[in-house]
Design a protein around this ligand. Structure first.
Ligand SMILES: [Zn+2]
Length: 119
């Protein structure tokens, strides 16, 4: 705050030049050290702290997972189950085709037996 004669000019600023706390100190575009007050966690201000690196603890990761889960349709266990069912279905279909081929070859089934079935 400037004082001119007996008048104070400007507003009192909490983090003014006389503030005793820790400064950010990052290099600004002007080339000088940043004078904003530093965060306790990383020693930089909110402009120079950098991006978040995400959750690290087990609890934090679980919280993010729970927040992003909508219906569980694509969770690992459900996907695995669907893949297993599809594989089982393919196996059964292959077995049926094999049986059909054998029956036709053995003369027990007409080659065009599907045509005699109403659709
Ligand atoms: Zn800064």
């Amino acid at each position: 705050m400037l004082t001119k004669d007996n008048v104070a000019i400007g507003i009192e600023w909490r983090f003014g030049p006389d503030w005793p706390g820790q400064r950010c100190g990052a290099k600004t575009r002007r080339g000088t050290a940043c004078q904003r007050p530093a965060n306790k966690k990383n020693g930089r201000c909110r402009l120079h702290g950098g991006a978040s690196t995400g959750a690290r603890t087990e609890e934090g990761l679980a919280r993010i997972s729970a927040a992003n889960l909508r219906h569980g349709k694509f969770t690992k266990d459900k996907l695995e189950k669907r893949r297993g069912n599809a594989a089982k279905g393919r196996e059964i279909l292959a077995e049926l085709r094999q049986m059909e081929r054998e029956l036709i070859a053995g003369g027990l089934l007409d080659k065009h037996w599907r045509d005699s079935f109403p659709s």
